[in-house]
Design a protein. Structure first.
Lengths: 366, 582
């Protein structure tokens, strides 16, 4: 796969990593490396292997093949299993369920890992106060986990994880149990903490918005494989596969199947673009972003008539989705737009396709 | 019936009335079942005779034998059994839930079985093996085969405690195993991430999280041991070792009712005090609800070389507390000489005709009309009590859930849980106090089948409400409401939605009640009479008179009935709710 050019002692380096559970292969030949201080987001649909990958980074699972190295030091390998125990990796993990110890107070939860690491009492107390303040939960110190709200539990879980000052922070879908408003709040909170600690972070999510807003590096996973790895804008601009193209971005991009007829690629009887964009291909998939599809007829631009499905206003414009057979096409209308479901809507393709993919899903470079 | 109050927005007046009548009836029923007997037994000891009984029991030359000595024995038994159960049950639960020991399902099953076997079965089996010749009569298996058994191992506190541990440890196992499996893998992994080693994780995280369960297990097994009648009666009474429950039985048996009532009240106090204290310890701020991880995954620790040795230990414990007692009882019921378990086997004790030399000329149990009668009575008692208990439990649970937060619901749920604090033999004594004499125009119920049913239903109330609540918990309000929105009538909803969803839970609860009743001795021992004998009572009588083979054979019949009921339940459950087959 494509690794970004990085130095020899990357904070995290994953080489040819494979994880099998019996006959099922959860993680297939993953290669990723990120420099210190990065915020790596592993994003993909559920069951794509992202949590397994994270648990291998944490040292809770051993890989079947391949290697994981932290700052040049191999911590896990297919041959040696978990070489450095979970507790010896200088890594902290924030669990999806928060995993707060219910019999300890908030302060107790934060202090326990420090006790295990034999921090002297004074230093420990100081650090507990510090992280409580950092997360704004100082007043909750003496409460038990069952006595505080989900959002507060989340903060405690993060405080507990960063207290021992790990150089690597791992997050397993930490925001998935929060409501929408709190999620946005915690998103910026997490980024603030990332800046404050400087720890290299790996963050697992199925929410592409989280990936786009928080990451310095994104790996899109699908079926245990890295579909594409790179900077978020890069992935958005130059998706390597149709999976990445449709998984990332709001609103989702359109993917139109087209056949070569003479000199043109034709979608649904409508010639869309010149055949020279994909020499040697008879059938392709054309990527049009929503902003490249205009609602209403535009002179000299190819258009199709589809049936109106739904409209959602976004920032003064309206995102209009219409059905053409089984295919959903999303375009933008100026101002507000509404229609009855099933009404005919004309969609015009005002620019050339943003990318062209083979039928197999691979990108065709021009 | 009570579901009426949830529907029909029209006819608000009728709704109000029906919403009030049902709870009112329930309050009256619970008051008669639970409060009246307890108040009555207390009042009975406040009469002049009662006061004299208090004095005799607590401050008189007799009080050492009537109260202090039995109290001491009871306490020793309670603490001994509770600690034994924690050790055995805890060990087994740890092994099954938190390690990679082989055969976990088998071990888990073996851990739950002993509770199905009545404690008097284990006591009889112990006697068959360990009885020595101190009291005359035939010696047990070991002594007959040349192994001298010291008195302390044959009779009294030690064998009683062992037999009770063998019975109650499976209760402790069930509670602790449930608690351990609620400790999510995430909690353990969070500890691993902090760098803690296995002992540190065990003592720092797992143990504190399950402490409430440990305390609950200890207090329940303590209460069970303190209240148990069968084991101390069979293994202690022959050497005059008295516990509070055997003392209380002896008093009422010999017509000294007031002294018996006083002892019953004291026994209730002792048992309730400990249950209440343990409840105080685990409630309050530290009553944490475990924040479980994804899908309740648990973390298993590798045992390495200890896998098979520990498996063997667990299997031996399981065999000794389930299979071995049953085999001993079976062999004994076939052996004409009780010491020679495996020779001259005969079916005489089962189907032999009367006359002849064995068993003083008595016929085998299946030719004994009293026994056939008792078998029928037992099954009838089990079925009737199971039915009344589950109906009452469902009605109570529904009312309590519907009116959550109201004074009425609080009163009902508190009252329904009172019997939990009352040892069954003391509960039976309270019923004698209330129904032993005619009340107004009503005749005395003493010795009738009806009294047994009422007392048993009352004593099962806490369990009934609990299972009623869990059954109702499976039917969320949404499910019921979505059916209502389709326009289905109440009856239709009852049969199409509520009944199919509730049946499994109701059935499971009813079977448990049935099994409890069939193997119960301590409740029926005071309430039964010659006209309505039940199997456990007949077995106890035989054992007390020294006809061990008969007692053992009847106990086997009880076991078979219980097992058959459990298997039947298992089979039927999968049939009625196919979607739950795994």
């Amino acid at each position: 796969m494509n690794a970004l050019a990085t130095g020899a002692a990357d904070a995290i380096e994953i080489r040819n990593l494979v994880k099998r559970f019996g006959a099922f292969t959860a993680v297939k030949d993953v290669n990723i490396s990120v420099p210190a201080g990065s915020f790596l987001v592993l994003v993909g649909p559920s069951g794509c292997g992202k949590s397994t990958l994270l648990r291998m980074l944490a040292g809770l699972e051993g890989p079947s093949e391949g290697e994981i190295a932290f700052v040049g030091q191999t911590v896990s390998s297919g041959a040696g299993g978990v070489i450095a125990d979970a507790g010896r990796r200088n890594a902290g993990l924030v669990f999806q369920s928060y995993a707060l110890w219910p019999h300890m107070t908030v302060a107790g939860n934060i202090a326990w890992p420090l006790k295990v690491a034999r921090w002297p009492r004074e230093k420990r107390d100081r650090r507990v106060k510090e992280v409580l303040a950092l997360l704004g939960i100082g007043t909750l110190a003496e409460r038990y986990p069952a006595e505080i709200s989900g959002g507060q539990q989340q903060r405690v879980a993060i405080a507990r994880t960063i207290a021992p000052e790990p150089s690597i922070l791992l997050f397993d879908e930490p925001l998935s149990n929060l409501d929408a408003k709190l999620r946005i709040e915690m998103r910026s909170e997490l980024m603030r903490i990332h800046r404050a600690t400087g720890a290299t972070s790996v963050y697992v999510t199925h929410d592409q918005v989280e990936a786009m807003t928080m990451a310095t590096h994104v790996a899109v996973l699908n079926n245990g494989r890295v579909e594409q790895f790179g900077k978020p804008i890069e992935l958005l601009r130059n998706p390597a596969t149709t999976f990445v193209a449709t998984f990332l971005g709001t609103p989702p991009a359109n993917l139109l199947p087209a056949r070569r007829v003479g000199d043109m690629f034709v979608f649904n009887e409508t010639p869309l673009t010149t055949g020279s964009i994909a020499p040697g291909h008879d059938a392709v998939q054309l990527l049009y972003r929503a902003e490249d599809v205009s609602v209403g007829a535009v002179p000299d631009k190819p258009s199709v008539v589809a049936r109106f499905a739904e409209a959602a206003p976004i920032a003064g414009r309206t995102m209009v989705t219409a059905m053409l057979g089984e295919l959903r096409i999303t375009g933008m209308a100026e101002g507000y737009f509404s229609a009855m479901p099933g009404d005919p809507v004309t969609l015009s393709f005002i620019r050339t396709p943003d990318a062209v993919f083979a039928v197999s899903g691979e990108r065709i470079t021009q | 019936m009570t579901f009426i109050s949830t529907f029909a927005p029209s006819g608000g007046r009728r709704l109000l009335r029906s919403g009030f009548v049902m709870p009112a009836i329930l309050v009256v029923i619970v008051a008669i079942l639970v409060v009246a007997p307890l108040v009555r037994i207390l009042l009975s000891t406040l009469t002049p005779e009662g006061i004299a009984a208090w004095q005799a029991v607590l401050v008189s030359p007799l009080s050492f034998n009537l109260w202090w000595r039995p109290l001491f024995n009871t306490m020793v038994l309670g603490f001994g059994v509770a600690s034994g159960c924690l050790v055995l049950g805890g060990f087994l639960a740890w092994l099954v839930v938190l390690t990679d020991v082989p055969g976990r399902r088998l071990l888990g099953l073996m851990g739950t079985l002993p509770y199905m076997i009545p404690s008097f079965a284990a006591a009889l089996a112990w006697g068959t093996l360990f009885r020595n010749s101190r009291l005359g009569g035939s010696a047990g298996f070991f002594e007959t085969n040349g192994l001298a058994i010291p008195d302390w191992l044959a009779w009294g506190l030690v064998p009683t405690a062992i037999v009770l541990i063998a019975h109650y440890y499976s209760l402790a196992y069930t509670i602790i195993a449930a608690a351990l499996s609620s400790v999510g893998a995430d909690l353990v992994e969070a500890g691993q991430m902090a760098g803690a080693k296995r002992p540190r994780i065990f003592f720092g995280i797992i143990l504190p999280v399950v402490t409430p369960a440990l305390i609950a297990a200890a207090s329940l097994t303590f209460a069970g041991a303190v209240a148990n009648f069968a084991a101390p009666a069979l293994l202690g009474l022959p050497v005059r070792m008295q516990t509070l429950s055997t003392r209380l039985f002896g008093m009422i048996e010999t017509g000294q009712n007031e002294r018996g009532f006083v002892l019953a009240l004291l026994l209730i106090t002792v048992s309730a005090l400990f249950l209440w204290m343990s409840d105080r310890i685990v409630s309050g701020r530290k009553a944490f609800i475990t924040v479980t991880g994804k899908g309740g995954r648990t973390k298993r620790f590798p045992l390495g070389a200890w896998r098979w040795p520990l498996f063997a230990v667990a299997v031996v414990i399981g065999l000794l507390t389930t299979v071995v007692p049953v085999l001993v009882l079976a062999a004994s019921s076939l052996a004409p000489q009780s010491g020679a378990l495996f020779s001259n086997w005969t079916l005489h004790f089962w189907i032999g005709e009367g006359g002849g030399e064995i068993a003083q000329g008595q016929a085998g149990i299946f030719r004994n009309p009293v026994l056939i009668d008792a078998l029928w009575n037992t099954i009838r008692l089990g079925l009737v009590v199971a039915l009344t208990t589950m109906l009452l439990g469902l009605a109570l649970a529904y009312t309590i859930v519907q009116r959550r937060g109201s004074l009425l619901a609080t009163i009902l749920s508190q009252l329904a849980f009172v019997p939990l604090l009352v040892p069954s033999i003391a509960f039976a004594a309270a019923y004698i106090a209330l129904f032993g004499a005619p009340i107004g125009p009503l005749p005395s119920l003493y010795g009738t089948f009806a009294l047994l049913v009422i007392a048993a239903s009352a004593h099962n109330l806490p369990f009934a409400v609990q299972s009623g609540r869990s059954v109702l918990g499976q039917i969320s309000a949404d499910i019921e409401e979505s059916a209502r929105l389709t326009g289905a009538s109440l009856l239709r909803r009852l049969f199409a939605i509520i009944f199919p969803l509730a049946i499994r839970g109701l059935f499971a609860g009813a079977i448990l009640v049935f099994v409890k009743m069939v193997r119960d001795l301590s409740l029926v021992v005071l309430l039964f009479t010659a006209t309505s004998p039940v199997l456990s009572m007949v077995a106890y009588r035989y054992a007390a008179e020294g006809f061990m083979q008969f007692a053992n054979a009847i106990t086997l019949v009880i076991l078979i009935v219980c097992l058959a009921a459990s298997f039947l339940a298992h089979g039927l459950q999968n049939r009625v709710q196919k979607w739950k087959e795994s």
